[in-house]
Design a protein. Structure first.
Length: 127
């Protein structure tokens, strides 16, 4: 890895109920998840275009994946309007932990939430 590369290139969010988790993320981001066929794993990917150098990720259901509130925090992209995403969290079955908060003018805004599976997650947006 060098300074011109992404520090992360793929992430997986553990889930216990894929249908519930898929509906939660599709609702808060107003997207359609992409089913990926994996032997022994159930996987739903966030919208992506492979090979473009961007970070991608998916929801993963398997016995070795356990949702948790105290693990690594993943900041999901909430551009262009973080508040629109935050406003959909509770109705979709999540919980807002830290509402939209400005980090700085240069960095933008963040918010923390618990997803439908019990994962602590975060959002980031420039404006």
């Amino acid at each position: 890895m060098d300074k011109n590369s992404n520090s992360v290139n793929w992430f997986e969010i553990p889930v216990t109920d894929m249908d519930r988790a898929k509906k939660f993320y599709e609702t808060i981001f107003d997207i359609e998840m992409q089913t990926m066929q994996m032997p022994e794993f159930r996987m739903e990917a966030f919208p992506m275009e492979m090979g473009n150098g961007k970070v991608h990720g998916a929801l993963m259901q398997h016995e070795m994946y356990t949702p948790m509130a105290n693990g690594v925090t993943i900041y999901l992209n909430a551009n262009p309007d973080i508040q629109a995403v935050v406003d959909r969290i509770e109705a979709a079955g999540g919980e807002i932990v830290i509402p939209k908060t400005q980090i700085s003018e240069e960095i933008g805004y963040m918010a923390f939430f618990m997803d439908s599976e019990g994962n602590r997650m975060a959002l980031h947006a420039e404006g």
